[in-house]
Design a protein around this ligand. Structure first.
Ligand code: ACM
Length: 514
């Protein structure tokens, strides 16, 4: 029996800001290295909290069934559908179930207990999220072919017997996609949602507006999408989501236990909006379309007679579409707006949103803007701004650009990507501590990897930039600190899963891909 306990520092790794690589040696069982066990049967990403291998196997065969009732039923059905697709077996959802899913456990939010024993599989949780994430772990116990979309023959569908107790370190495990610099269709975003779910990522932050394009239909200001949506970096056609399309995307994500967080970015980065409506411009003529890659961050005309009504109308429609009460207001790089006008605008926007029951999150520039709790600040660049936000009662979402900006190149000679925040290989995306120095774990709501798309104009590039680095971010958000060597070994196995899923990932040469 091999006991891997990653929970040694589970309750209090909070205030060091330490490098996870350093804390890991104490948390990691020496057995792992001795047996090379990361190469053994249980190899899950993100690493679960407690894994107890029982030393046997259990086979899923043609007669297998899945059972879950009430709120467990949709998770049971989703799990059965995946098993059906890969095995070609009937996999009915019926009692009593070879694989039994049950709510009513005492697990923490999103956590689960999973046991595979000689008699079958028991999965329990206190909420449906926990069951869903437990089902993702179960799938990773099976051969990688479990992720293929059509039945594979000749696979031995054997699971290792094991007990797993698991719960996330952080509540928010996000990925941001910039669909403004280049537009990506609903279907293109849904592929990423599927793969986020495999990794227990639970927030999809959509950056829906920037200087180069506006991507969401706003019925009260229709030219935002029609005019502002018809551009993108490099002069391509752009595009936008109708409200019905965004609703469908939100529902697709929700079925995978992922919450979509919409962002429109004001008061900077507003060129596309200003290109659609002359009355939003002090000059009285529409801003010129911008399709370059550099940051111009055209500001809103904050004194304009229509500007605040415009922003209020936009948020009135967008917040109503949002599946959650936390909405992202951008707020970054408003370089041409003085600090007091900026603060007044952000405070006004907070009041406007909170009157309708919404709480804002913004990039770390909102820290000094004098907001009142509750609010959230996304740390990407400036720790002083982030600390200002914390001092005003905010919780922090950690996206430090040197680790979590997945638009950075992964190697010096990569064909495309940014470099201003450094070269981010897989290890750099994995090897960081989400709790900044001087803060405690409760100050941090979670982590988010960010893909800006100035240089990303197709799904092949998107896949290559996101994976496997988004898996590293997922582990940073879900798991306790561990060792790079252990993650590296698990990632070597994980490549076969990414292959089966059809992900065009970057095969980092530091990893021994199997
Ligand atoms: C940002 O990267 N401008 C938030």
């Amino acid at each position: 029996m091999l006991l891997l306990i990653f929970a040694a520092c589970a309750t209090d790794t909070t205030d060091t800001g330490a490098d996870p690589h350093d804390t890991a040696d104490t948390a990691d069982s020496g057995d792992t290295a001795d047996t090379g066990d990361s190469g053994a049967a249980v190899s899950v990403i993100p690493q679960p909290l407690v894994v107890t291998e029982l030393g046997g196997t259990f086979s899923l065969d043609q007669a297998m069934t899945v059972w879950g009732e009430g709120d467990a039923a949709p998770v049971a059905e989703a799990l059965a559908a995946r098993l059906r697709a890969a095995t070609g077996y009937a996999v009915p959802v019926e009692a009593p179930g070879t694989i039994r899913l049950a709510l009513g456990g005492a697990e923490p939010a999103e956590g689960y207990t999973l046991e595979v024993n000689d008699a079958g599989v028991e999965l329990t949780a206190s909420d449906a999220d926990g069951l869903y994430f437990g089902a993702q772990t179960l799938l990773q116990l099976a051969p990688p072919a479990v992720y293929t979309s059509s039945p594979v023959s000749g696979v031995d569908w054997t699971l290792p017997t094991v007990q797993i107790e698991d719960a996330p370190r952080f509540a928010w495990r996000g990925l941001m996609l910039d669909v403004a610099r280049h537009f990506f269709t609903v279907a293109e975003v849904e592929r990423q949602i599927d793969w986020m779910a495999v990794h227990k990522l639970n927030r999809l932050h959509l950056h829906l507006s920037d200087d180069q394009g506006w991507r969401i239909e706003i019925k009260s200001w229709p030219d935002l999408a029609i005019v502002g949506g018809a551009s993108e970096v490099g002069g391509g056609p752009g595009g936008y989501y109708t409200q019905d399309e965004l609703r469908a995307l939100i529902a697709y994500a929700a079925e995978r236990h992922i919450t979509v967080v919409p962002e429109v970015d004001f008061p900077g980065h507003a060129n596309a909006a200003l290109s659609a409506y002359p009355e939003l411009n002090e000059s009285g003529v529409p801003a010129e379309e911008y399709t370059g890659v550099g940051v111009i961050s055209t500001p809103l005309w904050l004194d304009g007679p229509d500007t605040l009504q415009f922003v209020s109308d936009v948020w009135g429609e967008l917040a109503a579409l949002s599946p959650d009460t936390i909405v992202h207001i951008g707020g970054d790089e408003a370089v041409d707006i003085n600090a007091s006008d900026y603060a007044a605008f952000i405070q006004w926007l907070q009041a406007d949103l909170s009157a309708d029951g919404y709480t804002l999150i913004g990039w770390d520039e909102i820290g000094p803007a004098g907001l009142d709790a509750p609010f959230y600040a996304q740390y990407w660049y400036d720790l002083d701004n982030t600390r200002d936000a914390l001092a005003r009662g905010a919780q922090i979402l950690a996206s430090p650009s040197g680790h979590a900006y997945l638009d950075m190149k992964q190697s010096k000679d990569a064909a495309y990507g940014q470099t201003w925040a450094g070269i981010i290989d897989t290890r750099t995306a994995w090897d960081w501590e989400p709790v900044p120095n001087g803060m405690v774990e409760a100050d941090v709501i979670g982590v988010e990897g960010c893909l800006w798309t100035e240089y990303i104009d197709d799904t092949a590039k998107m896949d290559f930039m996101l994976w496997p680095r988004a898996a590293a971010i997922a582990e940073r958000g879900w798991s306790q600190p561990g060792t790079w060597e252990d993650f590296r070994a698990r990632l070597g196995h994980h490549g076969a899963r990414l292959d089966a899923l059809g992900v065009g990932y970057a095969a980092d040469p530091e990893v021994d891909w199997e």
